[in-house]
Design a protein around this ligand. Structure first.
Ligand SMILES: [Ca+2]
Ligand SMILES: [Ca+2]
Length: 405
């Protein structure tokens, strides 16, 4: 029978256990978050931009374990390897282990490390039947350039290599077939949408998911695919966020699953990101101007970071010449000058309304701000004289709303 005292004891035990569980879960997580933000701060201090100006990194952390897929007839054949750690700093010791095989037997394996200031060659020693290992003390940085190249030579004098190009982006088109044109690395979800993949000559390194569509192929003619522990070659479609369906993604993140607001990457216009993903009129390269803000108060419709006014001309006015004196002047000039325009509009040719001076086209005052209205002289007209029937050349104005983009 459960007494009140027993219930209190059970409650007390539950509370103690609950606190224990909370502490257990909370502590490591806080430390992890702390470490992660420290790491981010460290990474953000460094600039990772390759020689083509493309951003890359940060590099995978800890021991980098990878598998290798090569063409059927490649010899010697790389199977797997370890780079520990992949992210190196001057003074660190970096270790390599490579598993490579050949029916003829392997004669040598070397690692060439190309960094910002040069190449270091590290010979690997055979430590197992097909395993080769080596290490070096890092003496260089790799903020713009960083390749790790393993070269194996067999007893039949055949040579093969794989190149892990940590710093190079792959330049995959937004839609359609893709063939490797350089050694490159996938660092966040990417792949080929609406096309086939051809690997030749170069090494494609996967440190994140690389998708190819169902029914599409991945051909390895030569070259290799290096798959890191967080890398993956999978069958999927690629998607990006484009809520307003204007063809420009909200950000550079790619997904292998669909969701509300996402569209297939291959239907998008460009990888260039949208500046406002909730209005299809706001997009990079927009040439039209608009009288209302795009939805967030900004009139930057062409995503160039500024709000450009369409109508900026000022000094709009009508010429004032309605006095009798000027009317007389106009008669005088008309008799002296054979003005084709005047006579064209005054078939009688009597010169009574010969034009005198012009007004100005533009805003009557300063150009109003985006979306604001003011008087705008669209046609300054010629001299308007009382009784003159010259309507086509009259002074016209409208209330205009400033357009921007
Ligand atoms: Ca968009
Ligand atoms: Ca703009």
């Amino acid at each position: 029978m459960i007494t009140r005292k027993n219930i209190l004891i059970i409650l007390a035990v539950l509370i103690v256990v609950g606190i224990g569980v909370l502490v257990q879960f909370y502590e490591p997580q806080r430390n992890k978050e702390q470490a992660s933000s420290d790491e981010q701060a460290l990474q953000s201090d460094r600039k990772f931009v390759n020689e083509k100006g493309e951003k890359w990194g940060p590099l995978p952390e800890g021991e980098y374990v990878f598998q290798v897929i090569s063409a059927e007839n490649a010899q010697p054949k790389f199977l797997e390897g370890v780079v520990d750690p992949p992210d190196v700093h001057v003074g660190d010791i970096q270790k390599f282990r490579i598993v490579v095989q050949s029916p003829a037997g392997i004669n040598s394996v070397i690692a060439n490390i190309e960094t910002d200031n040069g190449t270091t060659t590290v010979p690997l020693e055979m430590t197992g039947e097909e395993t080769w290992e080596g290490e070096w003390q890092v003496k260089d940085t790799h903020d713009t350039f960083y390749h790790t190249i393993f070269v194996a030579r067999d007893a039949a004098d055949r040579e093969n290599s794989i190149t892990i190009a940590w710093s190079d982006a792959c330049g995959i088109p937004i839609s359609g077939n893709w063939t490797t044109t350089a050694n490159c690395t996938i660092s966040s979800t990417d792949g080929v949408d609406n096309g086939n993949v051809t690997i030749q000559t170069y090494t494609l390194t996967l440190n994140a998911a690389f998708a190819r569509n169902p029914g599409r192929s991945v051909s390895i003619n030569s070259g290799s695919i290096v798959i890191g522990s967080s890398g993956q070659l999978r069958e999927a479609y690629l998607y990006m966020a484009d809520s307003d369906s204007d063809g420009y993604p909200a950000n550079s993140t790619q997904y292998t699953g669909s969701a509300s607001g996402r569209r297939r990457r291959s239907v998008l216009t460009s990888y260039t990101t949208d500046c406002y993903d909730s209005n299809s009129n706001a997009k990079p390269g927009q040439s039209s101007y608009f009288t209302t803000h795009r939805g967030d108060g900004s009139f930057d419709y062409n995503c160039d970071g500024s709000q450009t006014k369409r109508y900026t001309q000022t000094g709009g006015r009508c010429e004032n010449c309605s006095s009798e004196a000027r009317k007389e002047d106009s008669k005088f000039f008309a008799t002296l000058i054979e003005d084709a325009l005047a006579f064209q509009h005054f078939p009688n040719g009597n010169g009574e309304c010969f034009p005198l001076g012009v007004g100005g086209t533009g805003w009557s005052g300063s150009a109003p701000g985006c979306g604001s209205s003011a008087t705008y002289y669209t046609n300054p007209g010629d001299c308007m004289i009382d009784g003159c029937p010259w309507q086509a050349y009259g002074c016209n104005w409208v209330t205009r709303t400033q357009q921007c983009r």
